[in-house]
Design a protein around this ligand. Structure first.
Ligand code: DGL
Length: 267
């Protein structure tokens, strides 16, 4: 539904960022949201920093044309590589998912041993350990890239033997390190929450960066006095750079409900 109040822009490499939109919509139901999935160029998780920065800039440009008041970089890989560039380039607030996820992990851990899982790009960037250590240099951080989790989530293989075996293979070293908190540092991983929780055991808390980001966005809107006034129904639009039908089909499981119309945009 379209509306004339300025929207929050959210972008991701594809469908995964809908886990972030879902949290934002739950926490801030009066806000209009415009989501852009860069489905023509997904995945970002295997690409170089320079390439991800270039893609992130073009996603931001598309959403700025729509007049968004705040930009959320829902993709962990794009947050890891491109957040600083976008914050320097743009005149509106730009929020990534890594700092909120790092702070939430620090508020959760008791033994000060935190695990982080993400794409090869996010893990290779060191962005999560850097963000955690900026607040607490003494905390021990253990990282693991889990590339097979993305196709598992997109194929809907979120329960049963396959995700359990793959999760166990990836996560056993993390369990041996005795982490008590694990950051799900990728848009797709909340869909595998149950399989990951089962493998990690009930004493390990799972931190969803999407949830933490929604709280951070609420705080920024309030501090800047740019919240929606709630007088008009909020709008929701979904834009993609390729294959709108696929996005609508796969996105349903990420959003938890029908997406409706998906618009194709050129870039
Ligand atoms: N959205 C990406 C992330 O959160 C995962 C999918 C991809 O590799 O593009 O890092």
């Amino acid at each position: 539904m379209a509306t004339n109040q300025p929207a929050i822009g959210i972008f991701d490499s594809g469908v995964g960022g809908l886990t972030v939109l879902r949290q934002i919509a739950q926490r801030l139901p009066s806000e209009s949201l415009i989501y852009l999935g860069d489905t023509a160029r997904v995945p970002y998780g295997t690409k170089s920093a320079d390439t991800v920065i270039r893609y992130a800039r073009s996603c931001a440009a598309i959403l700025l044309e729509e007049g968004v008041k705040l930009l959320i970089v829902a993709c962990n890989t794009a947050s890891a590589f491109a957040l600083d560039t976008l914050q320097a380039d743009l005149d509106i607030p730009v929020i990534g998912v890594i700092e909120p996820g790092a702070v939430s992990a620090l508020n959760t851990t008791r033994n000060r041993r935190i695990g982080v899982i993400g794409t090869a790009g996010t893990i290779g960037s060191g962005a999560y350990p850097d963000a955690i250590h900026a607040h607490a240099p003494d905390v021990e951080v253990f990282v693991q890239s889990c590339p097979l989790f993305v196709p598992l989530a997109e194929e809907g293989w979120t329960s049963g033997a396959a995700p359990r075996i793959i999760a166990r293979t990836y996560l056993e070293p993390m369990i041996r390190q005795g982490v008590d908190t694990l950051v799900l540092g990728c848009t797709h991983y909340p869909l595998l929450h149950d399989a990951i929780a089962e493998v990690m055991g009930h004493s390990v808390a799972l931190v969803d960066s999407a949830e933490a980001t929604a709280c951070a966005v609420e705080a920024i809107l309030e501090s800047m006095g740019i919240e929606a006034d709630g007088e008009q129904p909020p709008g929701r639009r979904f834009l993609v750079t390729d294959a709108p039908d696929n996005f609508a089909r796969i996105g349903r499981q990420f959003l938890g409900c029908d997406i409706g119309i998906v618009e194709w945009v050129d870039f």
